[in-house]
Design a protein around this ligand. Structure first.
Ligand code: HEM
Ligand code: HEM
Length: 181
């Protein structure tokens, strides 16, 4: 079966699976970062952070085929078509979300490696080579940016999800159904 081809009424299966799969990974990545303080001791906190980093790297890996699939297949039309402003707002939000999915994991990796923190993938036990090396200056600004972007995107993701629901429940168009099936 061709996983990229799909009827023009819906996003391709590949894009849909990656979209909802990424949502689950994002919830887990946010939860591990935000709730790591609940771990009983430092080794447990470090283990939780290893999960955070591995989940984040997986998110980065999955956005690449997703963008590829989207370049091959344009977004299916929304019926009835929204106004130009809504269209532009949605395009801008999607662009920001894609940028976030690419940049945020890379900033996280820079933060960890410039702080000389080993990135070991849980279950596989594989440690990434350190591409950066200890660099306190780089560590401080990538850490600040990684944390700040993480917080800022609560708002962007929240607005994105709210817009999808508003399309479905209020405008009663097929915006959400195109991503479901
Ligand atoms: C889309 C993926 C990611 C999201 C949404 C995300 C989000 C976050 C958030 C919200 C925090 C701050 C938590 C707090 O308030 O203390 C954080 C911290 C952190 N993240 Fe990520 N992250 C992602 C990917 C990564 C990756 C791939 C790595 C490393 C390979 C990483 C490494 C770190 C580190 C080291 C911290 C701790 C920074 C500190 O010392 O406060 N993150 N992340
Ligand atoms: C409950 C949460 C979410 C809901 C209900 C939701 C719903 C949707 C829907 C209905 C679409 C297609 C809509 C359109 O054309 O405007 C879409 C597209 C998209 N979503 Fe989400 N989403 C959620 C979470 C997320 C998250 C966490 C991310 C990434 C951080 C994300 C990234 C994207 C991107 C990049 C697109 C654009 C697809 C494209 O046209 O290339 N979404 N989402």
């Amino acid at each position: 079966m061709n996983v990229i081809a799909s009827p023009a009424t819906h996003y391709s299966r590949l894009v849909r699976v990656l979209h909802w799969g990424t949502l689950l990974l994002m919830i887990a990545a946010y939860a591990t970062a935000e709730l790591r303080g609940l771990a009983p001791d430092r080794p447990a906190r470090m283990a939780v952070m290893q999960w955070h980093m591995a989940l984040g790297l997986l998110i980065w890996l999955l956005v690449l085929p997703r963008i590829g699939a989207r370049l091959v297949q344009p977004a299916p039309a929304i019926v009835p078509a929204p106004g130009r402003f809504v269209h532009l707002a949605a395009r801008t939000a999607h662009l920001l979300l894609y940028l976030f999915l690419i940049v945020q994991p890379l900033l996280g990796l820079l933060t960890a490696q410039s702080g000389d923190r080993a990135v070991t993938i849980p279950l596989l036990g594989f440690t990434l080579p350190n591409f950066v090396g200890l660099d306190r200056g780089l560590h401080e600004w990538t850490e600040d940016l990684h944390v700040a972007l993480g917080k800022a995107f609560y708002v962007v993701i929240g607005l994105h999800a709210a817009a999808a629901l508003a399309h479905h429940l209020y405008f009663r168009d097929n915006t959400l159904r195109r991503m479901l099936r």
